[in-house]
Write a protein that binds this ligand. Structure first.
Ligand code: KIV
Ligand code: ZN
Length: 520
């Protein structure tokens, strides 16, 4: 392995989940955590345990399940109660880290915290010490570090390392830094903090100016040895640095950077797909590394070059990132064994029951369409995974529409094992009618913000994928559904999004301490 190892700290389940509409339930978070472990990340920031009982539960379960293989990290403000919740959530993890943060910039000190520099230093020290009583591995973040006076930043970093911080993270909380500026901040810390060699310097960049990845790589050149990032660059506002881009830059330009990561790059594409499917957050077609077009060569001159020698126009091989193209794999007569082998190759460790369900779906699909592609199989499996956690299921639907008919939908839904409920509605078109009938049954009213349709593979008989974004009570919810029937795909997508809203409604009634977004 070339040079130093760069620690990949994944915060998809914490900072990524703060992205509007991307909240996940515990089962979904466990699914993502499993994928992150398989991907080989060094640290999983599993959540912010004080934020809600659901966050606490998810961090506890991830700690119990994966804390022997990967370091599980929990976030806490510099407060006793936050640190207490983080400790309690991490008890069952063998490898554990508490990530304590406190804002240090003048703007945050004056307007948010109303604390002076001395108070900030004292609070940061006592919080790190308190966390240190529980575990050795402590990360401290001076929030909004990129806008903090350099000498004060040095003082905070030095004192928190003395107090026991083993990683000092330098967040560009508002995405304000530029590559050269951030390089200078990290270099300054290296030169002016006397005990800096006792801790690992970490980069944490937001993408408000589209510079998160460039800034992170710059920090690495200046000496940072941990990078905090998220799958697909998910995160607040414009998001965080994209893990797949950081990793492939390090991997592809090893000649230049001379460092390495422990990431299994072939799991990048499947992990991206999984996160997109669970959160409902679409990956743009031309997104670097994991976008659908990332390895498509359209121009004739490029195709010609590629045929002669791939490296003329390709700096990475699609297979290096686990890219799944349009491989035609199976047909109606492919047996269960062939199907199982393919599912395993695609990276889904399904148990017998899940495999059987996926195979049943495959047979139904193979009956409808002659050729089944890898992308179809993945869509079917992810669809089932998403469904498994939902309270409301679609039992049946019927629509009628036409140029001289009033579009009408009749729908049957079932909530867990309660009796099936049926209702009907009219709408602007059959899909609108389905959505209205669904809202009547579930008793939720939503505003439809986005509606996207695409085909999963090729041909007129292809599986259609519908993604919706809806707003209920000022919160965004995403949903995705697939079917060869676009109305059915839309019904699944809408139901998925309504199920998420229903889950929040349930949590609000179940627990008086419903989700609070703590003020940082
Ligand atoms: O962006 C930020 O400052 C954060 C901290 C909590 C590290 O996410
Ligand atoms: Zn952040």
């Amino acid at each position: 392995m070339t040079g130093d190892q760069i620690i990949i700290f994944d915060t998809t389940l914490r900072d990524g989940e703060q992205s509007p509409g991307c909240s996940m339930n515990t089962r979904e978070k466990l699914e993502v955590a499993r994928a992150l472990v398989d991907l080989g990340v060094d640290v999983i920031e599993a959540g912010f345990p004080i934020a809600s009982p659901g966050d606490f539960e998810a961090v506890s379960q991830i700690a119990a399940k994966f804390g022997d293989r990967t370091t599980i990290c929990a976030l806490a403000r510099s407060r006793e109660d936050d640190i207490g919740r983080a400790k309690a959530a991490l008890v069952s993890a063998e490898k554990r880290r508490i990530h304590v943060f406190l804002a240090t910039s003048a703007i945050h000190r004056e307007f948010k915290l109303k604390m002076d520099k001395q108070q900030i230093i004292e609070r940061a020290i006592s919080s790190v010490k308190l966390a240190k009583e529980f575990c050795d591995d402590i990360e401290f973040s001076p929030e909004d570090a990129a806008r903090t006076e350099l000498d004060f930043l040095c003082e905070v970093v030095e004192k928190t390392i003395d107090a026991g911080a083993t990683t000092v993270n330098i967040p560009d909380t508002v995405g304000y830094a530029t590559p050269n500026h951030y390089f200078k901040v990290i270099s300054y810390l290296k030169q002016h903090v006397p005990n800096i060699s006792k801790a690992i310097i970490s980069a944490h960049c937001h993408d408000d100016l589209g510079l998160a990845v460039a800034n992170s790589l710059s920090a690495m050149e200046a000496g940072a040895r941990q990078i905090e990032c998220t799958i697909n660059g998910l995160g607040e506002r414009a998001g965080n640095a994209a893990l797949e881009e950081i990793v492939m830059a390090i991997h592809t330009r090893v000649d230049y950077y001379g460092v390495h990561t422990k990431i299994n790059t072939q799991r990048l594409y499947p992990t991206s797909h999984l996160v997109s499917s669970i959160t409902g957050m679409k990956v743009q077609r031309n997104k670097a590394i994991v976008g659908q077009n990332a390895f498509a060569h359209e121009a004739g001159i490029h195709q010609h070059g590629m045929l002669q020698e791939r490296s003329t126009y390709e700096i990475m091989k699609p297979e290096d990132v686990g890219y799944i193209g349009q491989n035609l794999v199976l047909g109606k007569h492919s047996g269960r064994h062939a199907f199982r082998d393919r599912v395993v190759q695609l990276g889904f460790p399904l148990d017998d029951a899940a495999l059987q369900r996926a195979f049943d779906d495959f047979i139904v699909l193979a009956d409808k369409k002659k050729e089944v592609y890898d992308s179809d199989i993945i869509a079917l499996i992810e669809n089932r995974m998403a469904d498994a956690v939902d309270r409301w299921k679609l039992v049946s639907f019927h629509t009628s529409a036409g140029s001289s008919a009033i579009p009408t939908a009749t729908l049957e839904l079932q909530c867990e094992d309660q009796p099936i409920l049926c209702d009907a509605a009219i709408g602007d078109g059959p899909i609108d009618a389905v959505f209205k009938a669904m809202e009547r049954i579930i008793d939720l009213t939503a505003k439809l913000d986005e509606f996207d349709v695409r085909s999963v593979s090729e041909g007129k008989d292809a599986l259609g994928e519908v993604r919706v974004t809806i707003t209920i009570n000022n919160r965004l919810y995403h949903g995705k559904g697939v079917s060869t029937d676009i109305i059915e795909a839309a019904a699944h997508a809408y139901l998925k999004a309504l199920n998420k809203a229903d889950h929040d409604r349930q949590s609000a009634t179940d627990s008086p301490a419903a989700r609070v977004t703590p003020q940082r």
